[in-house]
Design a protein around this ligand. Sequence first.
Ligand SMILES: Nc1ncnc2c1ncn2[C@@H]1O[C@H](COP(=O)(O)OP(=O)(O)OP(=O)(O)O)[C@@H](O)[C@H]1O
Length: 281
Amino acid sequence: MPSWIEINALQKNMDDFQLGPISLTIEPGTITGLVGNNGSGKSTLLKLVMNLANADAGTIEVFGETVAGKDESWKQKLAFQPQKIIGWDAYTGTTLKEMISSLYGEWDEALFEQMVRLFDIPLDKRFGKMSQGMQQKLSLALALPRNTEVLILDEPTAFLDIPSKRHFMDLLIDWMDAKERAVIITSHQTDDLRKLADYLFVMRDGKAIGHFEKEALLESYRRYWLDGVPGDSVPGEVSRDRQQLVSEDPAAAEHYFAVQNITVIDHAALDLEEIIDLLLK
Ligand SMILES: Nc1ncnc2c1ncn2[C@@H]1O[C@H](COP(=O)(O)OP(=O)(O)OP(=O)(O)O)[C@@H](O)[C@H]1O
């Protein structure tokens, strides 16, 4: 099956910031987490995908259509929730719903109503007068019911309270199950990424660090407690602290321990936050 989104050698220069070259493909049925330090270019990348900024080099194809110029018919298949929404402040939730639902032929009114009830959204209030968390809830309630194939969410949970975050994750998982879809989500919340993402695309200072299958990434690091840390570097060693050592090549490290007669007292997987921390160093 062809990729739904294909980004190839994309580059963008802005003042002293250079994004790229970035290459990334998004396949149907997947949730991809975009991860990176502040200012690594995640939002810029999403804006380029949405044709809200022009690339200096490289290409983006969405459902086989090149993203550039005025023909944006492919946008019917993509819903985008930016980090900061401009132009909604003066409108109530009801008005925004009328405007947005009329643009999407497959608008799911029942899902919208379910989300309004679940998040207790005051539809008669102007967007600009809502709290940041409520704005985020309303914009999610105006994004998922568009029923598009692809949903692009830029830090959708940054202001959500803990119960709402859980509701959002459940909703997104149900939304993915309803038909063949794909999600791209940027987040600094490792909880979101651990529960939702199938793939992680990690960026640092505008550059791609890697595109990882999440479960494989989790298995690719291991922490060991040893009866004595060797003087030499252990295969895959990324850090050591007294009797603890972390390797990004557990098979080679364990072979080395066996050959060197080093006793492994205990070992454990790293959590996703620690791994992202190592990747972003
Ligand atoms: N309009 C602009 N003009 C010039 N530079 C910009 C503009 N918008 C963003 N930048 C710069 O581009 C870089 C990437 O910003 P971007 O918002 O894409 O990062 P991010 O990874 O989404 O960050 P965060 O995690 O903080 O949301 C930053 O250095 C930022 O200052």
